[in-house]
Design a protein around this ligand. Structure first.
Ligand SMILES: C[S@@+](CC[C@H](N)C(=O)[O-])C[C@H]1O[C@@H](n2cnc3c(N)ncnc32)[C@H](O)[C@@H]1O
Length: 244
């Protein structure tokens, strides 16, 4: 992704709803977009796709579906993208037959599922790893609707600067492995989280900003991705591609 593509996406988010900006110019979803824009002539669903930024970046030759529980978000998506099919529904009950899609996208929504279980105190524990029934139900639904040769793209937010119920390494890995045969698990932006309070002191925030000033955007984005070596790392977003 070059600078002009990046600016176009950022402007698009601000035009549709500025409160939905991804927060950082080096958010893992810019990496996701750089990968999925290569997909052509496929049937693809964006689960929890919100105002439709990611599905609108997919090539128009694809059959694109945005499913979200927010009717308001889908209305904003419709206003700006008439070719994307919209479905108001829940990630836990996907209204499709088995193996309906080549690919599914699940960007920054599994932590929403985790929050639901934390709120309801609905958590199971297995060998010290916590299991979240809402995540399990959602991933099992995603696996069900993806074709045998298909894949799921997952991203999660970076806990270096969000106090979200972000998934831990072991949790996310365990849940993905439960429902998918194979996965490519990647860390994104592992620069350390040096201050809880001040975002400007977090290297995870500062380093990509400096790198963007001196290097090509796509090269910086690619350099922020590192392969899983089985060891937990701090200050990280996850990018996972899971295969049925
Ligand atoms: C952080 S936003 C991410 C939006 C989009 N994936 C993106 O990355 O730009 C989370 C989205 O999940 C949606 N959502 C929350 N609970 C959901 C559920 N149970 N089923 C489907 N979507 C849900 C919200 O409406 C919101 O649009």
């Amino acid at each position: 992704m070059n600078d002009s593509e990046f600016k176009r996406i950022k402007e698009k988010i601000f035009k549709i709803d500025h409160t939905r900006y991804w927060g950082d110019d080096y958010d893992v979803r810019f990496y996701l977009v750089s990968i999925i824009k290569e997909l052509k002539k496929k049937r693809i669903i964006d689960i929890g796709g919100g105002i439709g930024i990611i599905s609108s970046e997919l090539d128009k030759s694809n059959d694109r579906i945005n499913l979200d529980s927010s009717f308001e978000d889908l209305k904003k998506c419709k206003k700006n993208n008439t070719e994307i099919q919209l479905i108001c529904g829940s990630m836990m009950h996907l209204p499709f037959k088995e193996k309906s899609f080549d690919h599914a996208i699940c960007a920054h929504i599994l932590e929403v599922a985790k929050s639901i279980d934390l709120k309801n105190d609905n958590i199971m524990k297995e060998n010290s790893i916590k299991r979240y029934p809402t995540i399990e139900k959602s991933l099992s639904e995603m696996s069900r609707i993806i074709k045998k040769s298909g894949s799921l793209y997952v991203t999660t937010p970076n806990n270096a600067y969000y106090n979200s119920n972000k998934l831990e390494y072991n949790e996310l890995k365990k849940h993905i492995e439960q429902f998918f045969q194979k996965n490519e698990f990647c860390f994104f932006n592992t620069f350390p989280h040096t201050s809880k309070k001040y975002r400007k002191f977090n290297l995870a925030n500062v380093m990509p900003k400096i790198l963007f000033k001196i290097r090509n955007r796509q090269k910086v984005i690619n350099s922020l991705v590192s392969k899983d070596k089985g060891v937990k790392r701090k200050s990280v977003s996850f990018f996972v591609r899971a295969f049925n």
